[in-house]
Design a protein around this ligand. Sequence first.
Ligand SMILES: C[S@@+](CC[C@H](N)C(=O)[O-])C[C@H]1O[C@@H](n2cnc3c(N)ncnc32)[C@H](O)[C@@H]1O
Length: 258
Amino acid sequence: MDYSGFKAEVYKLSGIDLNAYKEKQMLRRIDSLISRNAFTGYIDFIDELKINQRLYNDFINYLTINVSEFYRNPGQWEVLEKEILPKLLDKNKNIKIWSSAASTGDEPYTLVMVLNKFLPLDRIKILATDIDKEALAKAKTGVYAERSIKGLPKTYFDKYFQKCGEDSYRVIEDVKRCVEFKQMNLLSDKYPEALDLIVCRNVLIYFTEEAKDSIYKKFNRSLVDDGILFVGSTEQIIGSQKYDFKAIKTFFYQKSKV
Ligand SMILES: C[S@@+](CC[C@H](N)C(=O)[O-])C[C@H]1O[C@@H](n2cnc3c(N)ncnc32)[C@H](O)[C@@H]1O
């Protein structure tokens, strides 16, 4: 079986279309996983994936790259707090926010903490989605090791976490209640609508240009006029006007009125 056959099998098993991910990077990761687990090739690896739930979970985890942390790239969160949110909230206090590759929850919970500077917690509702069920399960528990929280300003840490083990900290229930987690594939599922802010960070780097093109268009349709797309630190959109997005700050794009 060659890589094309392998991609077809993975799609049947998981619904993940590897054609949409950059091939060189994916191949390197998959080949290293296969040899690390001492399989001889794609055929016996796929056969084992079909019957071995643990290997399957490890594979999906490995493929989806769940690395995240609270307040990742602090400068961008400061721009969100000081420049983007005040304008959005000026127009509408009930803003709709979607964290679209939420991984283990660090990002949507950070959003709640920053928004809480403007709104009471019982007014905050964030939709957080990811393709990876295991990451979402961890997100729902809301328990993190210190390394996930080390970049978070102390005021947030003191206010929103409780120590619950040697090296584990739990996000308080009032913050957890603000986030609704759902499994969703950015490549194939229907997107939510009438959003004021979409956060999509550190996932588009793994996708091909065609996949990104289609995602930007769908993001644009999902936003209200003047709605904002917040991307990751290496994910600036080249030629954003093509998607009716105006760069208003580095990493922040505003939907243009048509
Ligand atoms: C590196 S993490 C980024 C987490 C967070 N946004 C951040 O910046 O810290 C990438 C996430 O994208 C998710 N992902 C990968 N492919 C996806 C897809 N097709 N649809 C939805 N999520 C996907 C992965 O499961 C993973 O949790």
